[in-house]
Design a protein. Sequence first.
Length: 161
Amino acid sequence: MAAEPSHTKPEGFKNSVQRINVPGLPGISNAFLWKTSETPSKDGNTKPNFDGTERIGDRINGFVCSGGTNFFIQDLAPGAEIPMHRSNTIDYIIVISGTIVSTSPEKPEEDFRLTAGDVLVRKANSHGWKNIGPEWVRWACIIVDAKPVVLNGQTLVEGFM
C-alpha cells in the first residue's frame, strides 16, 4: 500500500485534528473538523473550551448528526473503496488531491470521475467511492442532514448496502 500523503503546512501550523481509521474499511482515514447538532446552529462559542470535533454523529457510523452538520476531511488509499451506502443528507464534496470515482447504482450514467478542484453535490442517493489512481485521494466533505426520501410512497432506508 502506498505511503500516506504528506501535505505541506505553513510554518507554525499545529495539527490538532485527530485522524481516525474506519474499522472494517482498510485504506480510509478521516479527520472530523467540526459538527453541529442542529441547523441553524446555536454554537455561539459561549462554553469555555468547547470543541465541535467532540460531538458524535448518531447515524451512519457517526458521520451524520441528526438535524445538524458534519465537516470532515477523508483520505482514501490507492485501490481502496467505500461501499455503496445511502444517507438522508446533502453532501458537498470538494476534491483536494488525487482521482476518485463516485458511483450510483440507481443512475450509473451519473458515475463521476473527480480530480483535484472538482466539486460534487450528492443528494440522499445511494453511492460509493473508489480511488482509481496511483496516489492517495483527499477530499473535504460537508454533510447536512435532510428529510428522508420518499419514493412511490416508500421511505428509503439509509445505511450501507
